[in-house]
Write a protein that binds this ligand. Sequence first.
Ligand SMILES: [Zn+2]
Length: 297
Amino acid sequence: MTNAPFALDRREFIALAGGLAAVLVVGDGAYFSSRRSAAHAQPVPSESGTLTQPETPLNGTIASPNTETAAAATTSPETESAAATNTEMPPTTLEDLPWNLRLVNRDHPLAADFAPSNLAELPDASWVEPHVNHRVDARIVEDLTAMLTAAEAAGTHPIICSSFRTYDYQENLFENRIERAEREEHLEGTEAEEAAAFWVAPPGASEHQTGLAVDIVDADYLELDEGQESTATQQWLMAHCTEYGFILRYPTDKSATTGIGYEPWHYRYVGKEAASDIAESGLCLEEWLVETYHVQA
Ligand SMILES: [Zn+2]
C-alpha cells in the first residue's frame, strides 16, 4: 500500500511528459510548415480579385539546376531519397515562381487592378529627379540603391526616369504611341497597335506595373534611344547590374522573343543569383525561365 501514492505520481509524470512531447512535436511541425510556406510564398488573389504580394521578404535566390545536379551526383541513393521527401518540387508553372522571377509580357499580362502591396518611395538621392515620386517594390530598394551608389562612385551619372507605373498610366503611354505610329508611320488599326507595342508595352504587359523595373538614363543624355547604350552610365550598368540582381531586360538580339525593341535603359530586378545565371546563359528572361524551370513562358 505504501507504493500506491508513488505509482500514481509516476503515471501522472508520464502523462505530463507525454503531453509536453506532443506539444513540442506539434510546435515543431507548425514551425516547419510556416517556414515552408514562407519560402514558397506567392502572390495570392485577395477578395477583391487583385493580386497581393507575400509579406515575407524572400532572398530571391533559387538553387540552379546545375547546383542540384552536382549535389545529387555526390549523394548516395539513400541520402537522395531522404532528401527528396524533404525538398519541395521546383516550380513548374509561371505562377509557382518566386516574386523576383515573375514574368510579365503580352502573353502574361497583369490585371488592370494589380499593384504591388509593398511599394516604397525612393529616398532623395542624386539619381532621383527632384519633385518626382518614384516608387518600386520595397524589396528591391536596397540593391537598387547599392547599384546606383556604386555607379556614381565609378564616376557615372545615372538618373531614374521611370519606375512603378499604374495600368492606367501605361494605357496612356500606349495610346500616345499608337497616335505617333498613325501620324509618323501612317499606320492604322491593328498595324498601328503592333508597331506601338514594339516600343511601349500595352497596358498590363509592362514590367513597370510590378514595381520590379526601372528605366535609368545618363544625366548627360536623356534620350530613350540606342544612343543611350554608349553613355558611361549604361556602359557601367551593363557591366555590373547583375552584381546587384538586375538584368538588361530587352537586349538588342532578343527582340523576336521578348517582343520589345532594344532598350538599353530598362533594368529588371530578378535577384543576384538569377541575374548572374541569366547573364552567363546569354538568354533573355523568357528563354531562361523555359530552360531552367521548364515552364511555359
Ligand atoms: Zn522600362
